[in-house]
Ligand binder design. Structure first.
Ligand code: PGA
Length: 249
């Protein structure tokens, strides 16, 4: 990726947040110091998308969802379609987060369908990939990532936008982050693999990113932003990570 790519700092609220908390969060959000170099996005739960769309737009923050179903409409009780997300003002959708893979049992085939469906509706998927600790310890990291990225084989549509989030599962919500060396090496592999599949794109790092480690992570070669869980729940820590990304880019 060229150095001129606009990086992305995205907050994944997971199953957190009710309306009152969300409103105070938005009112406390400071200014993005470098909107031309850093894009800020927030992925609250579905229940907050409508309410946050306009206030976030006014703050220059893009809206995204944490999941989507791959059918356009119909008898799929409890599911949300890509067009419904567009209708709420979403531009992004997280697909294949490890919590959905490991807790809900989502498989690559469903993830592949979700990617296609998101693209057809004009959403930009943030495809999450990452290895478990045992896989890293057994030297399997690259094989696991290659397999997860293989769902892109057969082509990324010409006009489609794509962001990848590399999130080592052992670093999510654990307070452990991958070292900058591990991140550099792994992001280089992912960029290479994306090129082989036809198109390189932004690769975010995710997994216990916080204001203390963001500067080093955001400066690491091959890192084009962050997917932030826990530290995105408070406006000040989230904006501190945005500031670190602005500094590094
Ligand atoms: P974390 O979550 O920052 O709380 O580790 C990141 C993620 O799961 O996207």
């Amino acid at each position: 990726m060229s150095g001129s790519v606009r990086c992305l700092v995205a907050g994944n609220w997971k199953m957190n947040g009710v309306l009152e908390e969300a409103r105070s969060f938005v009112s406390e959000l400071g200014n993005n110091p470098a909107p031309e170099r850093v894009e800020v996005a927030l992925m609250p739960p579905f229940t907050l998308l409508q309410a946050l769309a306009e206030p976030l737009r006014q703050k220059g923050v893009s809206l995204g969802a944490q999941n989507v179903y791959y059918e356009p409409k119909g008898a799929f009780t409890g599911s949300i379609s890509p067009m419904m997300l567009r209708d709420c003002g979403c531009v992004y959708v997280i697909i294949g987060h490890s919590e959905r893979r490991d807790i809900i049992g989502e498989r690559d085939e469903q993830i592949r369908k979700k990617m296609r469906a998101a693209w057809s509706a004009g959403l930009e998927p943030i495809l999450c990939i990452g290895e478990h600790l045992e896989e890293r310890e057994n030297g399997q990291t690259n094989n696991v990532l290659k397999k997860q990225l293989a769902i892109l084989e057969g082509g990324i549509p010409e006009a489609a936008s794509l962001t990848i989030a590399y999130e080592p599962v052992w670093a999510i919500g654990t307070g452990k982050t991958a070292t900058p060396e591990q991140v550099e090496e792994t992001h280089a592999f992912i960029h290479e693999e994306l090129q082989r599949l036809g198109r390189d794109c932004r690769v975010l790092y995710g997994g216990s990113v916080n204001p203390g480690n963001a500067a080093a992570l955001m400066k690491t070669p091959g890192v084009n932003g962050a997917l932030v869980g826990g530290a995105s729940l408070k406006a000040d820590s989230f904006m501190a990570i945005v500031a670190a990304a602005a500094e590094a880019n």
